[in-house]
Design a protein around this ligand. Structure first.
Ligand code: NAI
Ligand code: MG
Length: 329
């Protein structure tokens, strides 16, 4: 039985985690769950946000589900990504019916390099300002680009788009782009193209349906994936995955939402879809697909919706509706 580290964290993190675990349980999936603490509440009690026991727990597990942290999010999730070397950040951009999605038929994946670029945090003050280092290594570029092509192969995707700014950042993004085309040769069945990041920001608005898999460096991926979230509307809907060589951590994109925490009204869909991404990672693809279909059905019907989606149902009502629809498929 797979061992899963569960870190509910703070605020609605706990509520949506309860809902997601209830769904997994009710559709007959059994895992060896081990709970770990992290986040603001833990910090207030013990003075650290991410204890060593929780790091060890994640390291010894087959996968990790993370809810959300509050103000300590950077100390928790950014640190977990580092210590676990979770080099690929996956953000699906997928439109669901009856949501604030600006488009009806979007379904693409943004694969963001998660370990280097400008986020290496090497900044210093100079005489009249400050400089930040932007590191693009051949090794990390190869790793993320290979990941994107393999992802495309395994998920029946037809194209990978490399996003960069190699006209200005000739050395760093030049290397990223060159690596992309070198690796692309190994995948003759997959179409390939590259765009500048500024043009991509526009294409995401003008013709988002033309994208399939996007691979890019850390900062560009951060920005474009939030743009992607904006395209399909609503933080309560968007899951993500952080993948390493031998580890996977799955989390909704949203935070602890203190404004609605404790009321039982948070939308659990982002967390349930994150659990679905974990099932895919663990090879339970049929179940993952059925969860996705069940959520589409719930939204299409529009009878049981949380407030952010215009309804007045509770977190658990929505989770139960997903279970009912799952069982009808
Ligand atoms: P947030 O995502 O917590 O909330 C933004 C807005 O979206 C709020 O109005 C909230 O009610 C709403 N919202 C978010 N998730 C929702 C859901 N599932 N259902 C219904 N409505 C939802 O982001 P915010 O307000 O910027 O940050 C709040 C706290 O969360 C901060 O302490 C921040 O540091 C932390 N945070 C943690 C993250 C993480 O753990 N990965 C990510 C983003 C923020
Ligand atoms: Mg971001």
């Amino acid at each position: 039985m797979n061992k899963i580290a569960i870190i509910p964290g703070d605020g609605i993190g706990k509520e949506v985690m309860d809902a997601a675990l209830h769904v997994l349980d009710s559709i007959g999936l059994k895992f060896d769950y081990k709970f770990g603490e992290a986040g603001d509440e833990y910090f207030e009690k013990y003075g650290i946000a991410l204890p060593k026991e929780t790091i060890d727990l994640v390291k010894s597990s087959d996968a990790c589900l993370f809810g959300a942290a509050g103000e300590t999010a950077a100390d928790v999730i950014v640190r977990l990504r580092q210590v676990m070397n979770l080099f690929a950040n996956l953000r699906p951009v997928k439109s669901y019916p009856n949501t604030n999605s600006l488009f009806d038929n979007l379904d693409f994946m943004i694969v963001r390099e998660n370990t280097e670029g400008i986020y290496v945090g090497q900044e210093e003050f100079i005489e009249d300002g400050a400089v930040a280092k932007r590191i693009i290594s051949r090794k990390a570029s190869e790793r993320i680009i290979n990941y994107a092509f393999n992802y495309a192969m395994e998920n029946n995707r037809f194209k990978v788009t490399c996003v960069h700014k190699a006209n200005v950042l000739k050395k760093t993004d030049g290397l990223f782009k060159e690596t992309f085309y070198n690796i692309a040769e190994k995948y003759p069945k997959i179409d390939k193209e590259d765009f500048y990041v500024d043009a991509t920001a526009m294409y995401l608005l003008t013709r988002p349906e033309s994208f399939d898999v996007i691979v890019t460096t850390n900062l560009f991926g951060d920005i474009l994936s939030d743009e992607g979230a904006g395209l399909v509307g609503g933080l309560g809907l968007i899951p993500s995955a952080n993948i390493g060589e031998d580890a996977g951590l799955f989390e909704p994109v949203h935070g602890s939402a203190p404004d609605i925490a404790g009321k039982g009204i948070a939308n659990p869909i982002a967390m349930i879809l994150s659990a679905g991404m974990m099932l895919d990672y663990l090879g339970l693809n049929t179940e993952a697909h059925k969860i996705d279909l069940a959520i589409q059905e719930v939204l299409k019907e529009g009878k049981v919706l949380t407030r952010d989606l215009g309804g007045n149902s509770s977190t658990m009502d929505l989770a139960n509706e997903v279970i009912d629809k799952y069982n009808e498929i």
